[in-house]
Design a protein around this ligand. Structure first.
Ligand code: FE2
Ligand code: FE2
Length: 362
């Protein structure tokens, strides 16, 4: 699929047609649209659709997500008035605490978005500079979380227990090992100054949103279904399946393509588990249970040295698909769904490259 330096998203409007087109076709480009008659996507719609799409592609399944939301509601109901003041009410409807509107109003029109894998103060200043020079940017979208969404990143890791359970790890073992790891990540997040980028967006008044787990759900589910269908015979076949995907091909051409970290090209792939969602790396002690559950090969975005050693100890094959390339794939799949039929332009920054799969809308 061709990569466009500035990808123009679907150009249909919500029932409002281009007044200059006698065939009653949608307006062709943002430049030729009459802004007074076009009903643009709102920031709140973008956010809500992204969360709904993330739930629809959650590896745990929609019912499991609904049960977790119900559990959160019960926890909220049991809180004292004093504790309720500090409870984030968004968690009652959004199961992903690492995905939030960080600055901006729900009814803000979104016609052009600056999208990046990591958005920090530098990218916010970049957006401000582009705006100052006449480039339209209505909002900034980051994949990796910032602000409150970063502070709460550890909370989303609970979902990993349910996913591991689907791959043969008893839920008691998965929860026990993950609980310790979640507390470790919480401690690591505590000293971080997570407000920097959000403060910059607030001072420059640029709407700012981050979508983390919904995008990671997209890539995890997409790749798991692909491997389940293709059934790669060897690890070389696993790499070939990945290389056929535009995001991984582009990464490969840029020196960051898929690599076999543990195992060898001729090793049999066996049962493949795509480990790509749920906040960040889980508990390394889980590899023993995954092997016992029948998993032979893990496909991951990245793996720390400590995790690699533990996986090696339990004879697991590990293929590293690539971090930024996998995040690109997840975000692209999410945007394909969320921006369907919406007149929104994407501007790429911070490692993001837009590849669209719904070519018929081009
Ligand atoms: Fe990610
Ligand atoms: Fe990431």
């Amino acid at each position: 699929m061709p990569r466009l330096p500035l990808a123009r998203e679907a150009i249909l409007t919500r029932g409002i047609r281009c007044p200059n087109d006698r065939r009653n076709k949608p307006c062709a480009s943002p430049a030729t649209r009459d802004r007074s008659v076009v009903d643009f996507m709102k920031l709140g719609d973008l956010y809500t659709r992204a969360i709904e799409t993330g739930v629809a592609h959650d590896p745990r399944g929609k019912d499991a997500v609904a049960k977790e939301l119900e559990r959160t509601r019960k926890e909220f109901d049991a809180l004292s008035p004093g504790d309720r003041e500090f409870f984030d009410p968004e968690t009652l409807k959004n199961p992903y605490p690492d995905s939030r509107i960080l600055h901006g109003s729900l009814d803000h029109d979104v016609e052009s978005i600056l999208v990046g894998i990591d958005i920090d103060v530098a990218e916010i200043l970049l957006a401000h500079t582009l705006r100052s020079s006449g480039t339209r940017i209505d909002a900034i979208l980051s994949h990796h979380p910032s602000g409150r969404a970063l502070a709460d990143l550890f909370s989303v890791m609970k979902m990993q227990s349910d996913i591991l359970n689907l791959y043969g790890v008893p839920i008691n073992i998965a929860e026990d090992l993950m609980d310790a790891r979640i507390k470790e990540i919480e401690r690591k997040l505590m000293p971080i100054n997570h407000a920097r980028a959000v403060d910059a967006a607030r001072l420059l008044d640029i709407p700012f949103i981050c979508l983390h787990t919904p995008a990671d759900n997209m890539v995890a589910t997409y790749l798991q279904r692909l491997f389940d269908r293709e059934k790669p015979y060897t690890l070389a076949d696993v790499v070939d399946v990945l290389r056929a995907i535009p995001e991984y091909k582009a990464a490969g051409l840029n020196g960051a393509g898929p690599k076999i970290m543990l195992g060898a090209k001729t090793r049999k792939a066996g049962k493949v588990f795509v480990d790509m969602t749920g906040g960040t790396e889980g508990a390394r002690e889980i590899f023993e249970s995954l092997t016992a559950g029948g998993v032979s090969t893990i496909v991951a975005m990245h793996l720390s040295e400590e995790h690699r050693k533990e996986a090696e100890k339990h004879h697991l094959n590990v293929v590293i698909a690539g971090h930024i390339s996998s995040d690109n794939l997840g975000l692209n799949l999410l945007l394909d769904e969320v921006l369907r039929e919406q007149p929104v332009e994407i501007r790429e920054c911070s490692g993001f490259r837009r590849f669209r799969r719904n070519e018929k809308r081009a």
